[in-house]
Each structure stands twice: as C-alpha cells, then as structure tokens.
Design a protein around this ligand. Structure first.
Ligand SMILES: O=C[C@H](O)COP(=O)(O)O
Length: 258
C-alpha cells in the first residue's frame, strides 16, 4: 500500500487479549489493531503469545500491528525482535527509534528490521516511528523520520509521543510542522502515521494535512485514560464517526474550491 491509494486509517492499540476482544466488537469502525504493552513504554512491546492470541481474536481481514518497543541503538537485537513480532502474526511492524540519536543510527536499525521482516514475509509493512517530543528524550528530530524510513526501505514514517504525561502531538509538533512531515513522507512514497494523545478535536487538522494513519488509545478508553481505562467499543465507533464527518467535510471543501 502506498499513500496515493489510502484514506485516513484508524489504528487502535489494545494492551491485552481482553481489550482486543473489545476492539473486535468495533471491528467495522477500525482498520488496524496495534498490539503494545503501554507499561513498558510508549511503544512498549508485548509478548509473542499475546500478539498471536490477538491475531486469532480479531477478524482475519483486519491487519494486526505490533510494536517492537522503544528500542535502543542495537540493530541486531531490534532486527531479531522485529522478526519475532512478524512470526507471531503481526503484519505491521512498528519500531520506536528511542535510542537513536542520529539519522544514521536510525537507518541502521530500520535496515535490519526491514531485512529481517521482509525476508520472512515480503508483504509485511514496516513503520519507522520517531517521537513528537524527541527534544525531551534526545532522539532523532521528527522531521528526519520520512528520510530515515525512505533510506531504510520502510513503508511508513510515524510520530507518537514518548512521554505520556497528558501533552499531545500538536503540543510538540504543531499542525503546520505535522503537515510538512506528511508532505515529506508522501514525497518519499511512504504512508504518514500520526499519534500522541490524539483526540477527536484534532481530526479536522489531521484530515486537512493528509495524514494516512491516526493511532489512538487514550481517546477510546473509558475516561480518556490510556492506563486505567479500558478500550470501549462505543468510543471507537464515535471516533470513527468523527473521522468520517471530517472526511466528508474536507472532500466538500476541496470540491467547492475546484
Ligand atoms: O499508536 C498509538 C498509540 O497507542 C497512541 O496512544 P495514545 O492515543 O494514548 O497516545
């Protein structure tokens, strides 16, 4: 899948098989089920057997994504972990380049991941993820991600927030800079994925700038609480309804302007 074929996709991140079953109840409203372990970090990796059980729990036509973790600059270790996620049934493999302080380090890590994953499963989709609040953890700049993804042979560039303290994507990377991120990703023929305590009120901007994938957890958990709250199928449905509304409004605006 390349960006020209894609409208905004909804990726939801359950942290357990029970939550994945709740996602399955709302399967018609989401596009990708993303397995992570939030208590191990923003892109914390879950166990292989949890990925496998979640793959079995969600409808076969919904791709399962798995995060490989907030990874260190250890290309071999990360490549092996990424293969583990693919063997466990994930077809989207997301890597959080937490410990990479330069683009060259990040490219090293992602090249290993791409080779490990695609040798095993050529149609798997590899996502290079950086952090909107990179300045707080000292990793690569958000706008470096599209080039890192392109030069490593990844399929998508993503931003999430590293520190889940209530600050949000647009607090760290304002909409005009996110728009530049999306533009750079598209120029490189990649999908652009954005996340980071995104709320329904952000969907207008995310749609307008041409985002391909929006990643969400807190906004679809009870009480908006990504840690203590559980994913609620009706919140997933409501979030999707807002996405659809913005897509319609944006299409109408574009049509009126042409
Ligand atoms: O990949 C998406 C993340 O899980 C987003 O989580 P969040 O919306 O709670 O920041």
């Amino acid at each position: 899948m390349r960006w020209k074929e894609c409208t905004l996709l909804l990726l939801i991140s359950p942290d357990s098989v029970e939550e994945a079953l709740d996602c399955a109840k709302a399967a018609e409203h989401l596009d990708i089920v993303d397995v992570k372990k939030p208590d191990e970090g923003s892109l914390g990796a879950n166990f292989p057997w949890i990925i496998r059980e979640i793959r079995d729990a969600v409808p076969a036509d919904k791709p399962v994504s798995a995060t490989v973790g907030d990874v260190p600059y250890k290309p071999g270790t990360v490549a092996q972990a990424a293969l583990g996620a693919a063997v466990s049934g994930a077809t989207y493999i997301k890597v959080g380049l937490y410990g990479c302080t330069t683009p060259d380090q990040a490219i090293d890590v992602m090249r290993g991941v791409v080779r490990a994953v695609k040798d095993y499963r050529p149609d798997a989709f590899v996502v290079a993820s950086g952090y909107a609040d990179a300045h707080r953890i000292g990793c690569v700049n958000p706008l470096a991600l599209p080039d890192i993804a392109r030069r490593s042979g990844s399929d998508a560039a993503m931003l999430d927030t590293a520190i889940k303290d209530g600050t949000r994507l647009f607090d760290h990377v304002p909409p005009d800079v996110c728009a530049e991120f999306v533009r750079l990703a598209h120029e490189a023929d990649l999908l652009a994925a954005l996340a980071g305590s995104v709320k329904a009120g952000d969907l207008g901007e995310l749609t307008r700038i041409g985002t391909d994938i929006v990643g969400v957890r807190g906004a679809v958990c009870e009480g908006g609480d990504r840690n203590a709250g559980r994913i609620q199928p009706e919140l997933v449905a409501a979030f999707r309804a807002e996405m659809d509304r913005h897509a319609r409004e944006y299409a109408a605006t574009v049509a009126a302007a042409s």
